[in-house]
Design a protein around this ligand. Structure first.
Ligand code: ADP
Length: 322
C-alpha cells in the first residue's frame, strides 16, 4: 500500500539547507499525488496538531534561505513513551501515514520510536556538524564550513597585520569535521578535534615554534567546540611564546545564512529520496550519502553505526601546515 498523506518536520538544531529539503519533500510528495502537511516546531507540532496542508507554492522562494520556515524545537514531552504514543495517535487522527523528519541523531531516535508506534518515518540528515555515522554528508555542513572559512579569512587579515595568534573555536561538539576542513582551508598551524587527544606542548607550542624558526609571524589555531577552552589556550600560548594571542568563538553564525549550492542540491536529493521511500510504503529508514550516491539505512542500524574520523586527512593537514 502506498502512503498518501504525509507530514514533514524539522527538529533539533537548525541547519542551512533545511528549507531546500522541505521544498523537495513537498514538491516530490505532490508530484506523487500525495497530500503533504507541514508540521511546525518539530515533534511539538505533532503533539499539538500544529500542522497545515501545503501546496506547491507553500515552498516557493525558500530554497536560498537559511533556517527552517517550519521552525524547529527540542521537545522533552515527545521524548517519553507517553509523548510518542500521543504523537502517533495525533497522526492517526489526522490520517497521516508517513512522516519525514529532517534533523540529527536525536531526531532520528524520535523517528524510530514513532515508527515503532505505527507511523512510518524517514530521517533526512540535517545538521551542520556532519556527525551522523551512516552518512558521509549532512545537510548544512558545507554552508557552515564555508561561513567559518570566510570568518577566519577575515580574522587572518587582522592577525597578520599585528603578528598575532588567533585561537578560533568552530562548531562541532562530538565531531571535528568542521574544524578539520576549515583548518585545512585556512592553513591553520594546529587543529584540535575531539577525536584526537592532544598534547599542548607538542601539538600547539612546538608546531608554532617550528614555523616561527622558518619565518612565520602570525598563526591560526582551530579548536572544535567539543575541545573548547579557547580563552585558556590563548592565554597559555601567549605566556609560552610571547606572541599576542586572541580567542574568538564563531558560534551560531555558522548555523545561519544562505545555503551553498552543495547544500541545496544535497537537501533536494535527500528530500526527494525520503518521499520515494514513503511512496513505496517503506518506513524506518535514514537517508544517507555514501560513495557519491543517495542511499538509505534502517534507522536502528544507522544509529548503532560508529563514526570514523578521517585520520589520514588530519595527518595530511598537519603535514602541510608548517
Ligand atoms: P538533533 O536531532 O539535532 O540531534 P536533539 O538531540 O535535541 O537534536 O533531538 C531533537 C528531538 O528529538 C528531541 O527534543 C526529542 O523530542 C527527540 N529525541 C531526541 N532523543 C530522543 C530519544 N532517545 N528518543 C525519542 N526521541 C528523542
Amino acid at each position: 500500500m502506498s502512503t498518501k498523506k504525509i507530514a514533514v518536520l524539522t527538529s533539533g538544531g537548525d541547519a542551512p539547507g533545511m528549507n531546500a529539503a522541505l521544498r523537495a519533500v513537498v514538491r516530490a510528495g505532490i508530484s506523487y499525488g500525495m497530500e503533504v502537511y507541514g508540521v511546525r516546531r518539530g515533534y511539538n507540532g505533532l503533539l499539538n496538531g500544529d500542522m497545515f496542508l501545503m501546496n506547491l507554492r507553500s515552498v516557493s522562494d525558500i530554497i536560498h534561505r537559511g533556517g527552517t520556515f517550519l521552525y524547529t524545537a527540542r521537545s522533552p514531552e515527545f521524548n517519553t513513551p507517553e509523548g510518542v504514543k500521543k504523537a502517533a495517535d495525533k497522526c492517526r487522527a489526522m490520517g497521516i501515514d508517513g512522516v519525514v523528519v529532517i534533523g540529527g541523531d536525536g531526531s532520528f531516535r524520535g523517528a524510530r520510536d514513532l515508527t515503532n508506534a505505527g507511523i512510518p518515518c524517514i530521517g533526512v540528515p540535517g545538521t551542520i556538524d556532519n556527525d551522523i555515522a551512516c552518512t558521509e554528508y549532512t545537510v548544512g555542513f558545507d554552508t557552515a564550513m564555508n561561513t567559518a572559512m570566510e570568518m577566519i579569512d577575515r580574522l587572518r587579515d587582522t592577525t597578520e597585520s599585528h603578528d598575532r595568534c588567533s585561537v578560533v573555536e568552530v562548531m562541532g561538539r562530538r565531531c571535528g569535521d568542521i574544524a578539520l576542513q576549515t583548518g585545512i582551508a585556512v592553513g591553520a598551524t594546529a587543529i584540535l578535534v575531539p577525536e584526537v587527544p592532544y598534547d599542548f606542548e607538542r601539538d600547539v607550542i612546538q608546531r608554532m615554534k617550528f614555523t616561527q624558526v622558518t619565518g612565520k609571524k602570525h598563526f591560526i589555531i582551530i579548536v572544535a567546540e567539543g575541545v573548547g577552552g579557547v580563552d585558556e589556550l590563548a592565554k597559555n600560548i601567549q605566556a609560552q611564546t610571547g606572541i599576542e594571542s586572541r580567542a574568538t568563538v564563531l558560534g551560531h553564525v555558522q548555523r545561519g545564512g544562505s545555503p551553498t549550492l552543495r547544500d541545496r542540491v544535497m537537501a533536494s536529493r535527500m528530500g526527494d529520496h525520503a518521499v520515494q521511500l514513503l511512496e513505496k510504503g517503506i518506513g524506518n529508514r535514514v537517508v544517507a550519502f555514501r560513495e557519491s550516491k543517495v542511499v538509505d539505512f534502517d534507522i536502528t542500524e544507522a544509529l548503532d553505526m560508529k563514526r570514523v574520523f578521517d585520520k589520514e586527512l588530519y595527518d595530511m593537514a598537519l603535514r602541510i601546515s608548517i
